[in-house]
Design a protein around this ligand. Structure first.
Ligand code: SF4
Length: 369
């Protein structure tokens, strides 16, 4: 294995981008974003490094619709998830920018994500006892589903319930905090060619048009010749472009801005957008980007974790590569279960290496919340 994270598969690249985002979001270029004026934005005769789309003018760049408040500050923290989205669209990397105090307050509702039904209950649960039908807004679905969600919420300890006559009353355990500031979607494409650019253009245009995320980005690997503008001309101008270089590992300098995104506006109303974004943010909170331990085969004797700088990623000792999530599955022809002897006498980790790997990654995900 090379001393540094290879990016020869989209899966490995995705892990690198997620880890970089966890360590270094928001991205920077060679100057602070706040210092950038329209005059400092790329112009049509700048090099490809500076400007991915040859016919963009400074006026196309986000200026007036981005206030300083739109930019992350020291008062912002973030969590990162991978492979998250809606039924229509799944993003490779999602960054949720949050208020640190509000994020800490979110912990009162447990480590697991809250789905839309549970959010309906906890966001509207009153400080004093009340019949749940009086306390909660009318749902656009039958009340029996709300009652079921109330019971689930009570089972998880995120709302209190009691019975008064034949009525179920609820009371909140804590106010549900407004912890999500911005949702950022990143599409990862290490090797950008013409057909990939065409596909991405369609996907990113959909993202821009729906405006569910506050910003959309394309992350692509830096090549010696920089990003070809011809490939990027088809992309929507609102999408930002990150160029990455993970040759020396995953750290803050491994990615830089080639093109700044424009802040997006919702197309289905602000309240609809807020609810959908919160559902996505909740899934990111519950899952985290290290969720690959749940979908790969740490119980295979060849599965290892290998550190590559600040990236702890999967490694297949049989294939001697960073295996993808797709190939490290039940259908892998090289799969071999851990020998039973590995799981005895606590060697080397109680329950065997596979169980230890799952625990380790779960602990790291917990720490990231
Ligand atoms: S042999 Fe197959 S199942 Fe086992 S770690 Fe390698 S890729 Fe995964």
């Amino acid at each position: 294995m090379s001393p540094h994270a290879t990016t020869d598969s989209e899966f490995t690249y995705e892990l690198c981008v997620c880890r970089w985002a966890e360590l270094a979001w928001p991205p920077t270029d060679n100057q602070p974003i706040s210092d950038q004026s329209p005059d400092n934005q790329p112009t049509s005769d700048q090099s490809l490094d500076d400007q991915p789309i040859s016919d963009q003018s400074p006026n196309d760049q986000p200026t007036s619709d981005q206030s300083p408040n739109d930019q992350p500050t020291d008062d912002t923290t973030h969590i990162v998830a991978r492979q998250l989205g809606t039924q229509q669209r799944r993003w490779d990397t999602v960054v949720v920018e949050c208020d640190p105090k509000a994020l800490a307050a979110r912990a009162a509702f447990g480590d697991d994500e809250l789905d839309s039904d549970l959010l309906h209950v906890v966001r509207n649960a009153p400080p004093e006892w009340a019949w749940y039908r009086d306390a909660l807004p009318d749902p656009d679905y039958p009340w029996r589903y709300v009652r079921e969600a109330v019971h689930r919420a009570a089972d998880r300890g995120i709302v209190e319930t009691r019975t008064a006559g034949n009525r179920i009353e609820i009371r909140r355990v804590a106010p549900y905090p407004d912890w999500v500031d911005r949702l950022i979607a990143i599409e990862n494409k290490p090797d950008l060619d013409a057909s990939a650019a065409d596909r991405l253009a369609e996907q990113l245009t959909h993202d821009v048009e729906t405006g569910l995320a506050d910003e959309v980005w394309l992350a692509t690997a830096e090549t010696g010749a920089t990003v070809e503008p011809a490939l990027l001309e088809t992309l929507p101008v609102e999408a930002g472009v990150l160029t990455t270089n993970f040759t020396d590992g995953v750290d803050g300098a491994a990615a830089s801005v080639a093109w700044h995104p424009t802040g997006l506006r919702p197309t289905h109303g602000e309240s609809h957008r807020t609810a959908r974004r919160l559902e996505l943010a909740e899934r990111a909170y519950g899952r985290g980007w290290r969720g690959y331990q749940a979908t790969m085969r740490p119980d295979c004797r060849h599965f290892q974790l290998q550190r590559d700088g600040r990236l702890l990623g999967p490694w297949c000792a049989a294939k001697e590569c960073r295996q993808s999530g797709a190939e490290c599955s039940a259908s892998c022809s090289a799969f071999e279960p851990e020998p039973p002897a590995w799981r005895t006498q606590g060697w080397p980790i109680e329950g065997g290496p596979g169980a230890g790997i799952r625990r380790l990654l779960a602990r790291r995900a917990d720490r990231n919340r």
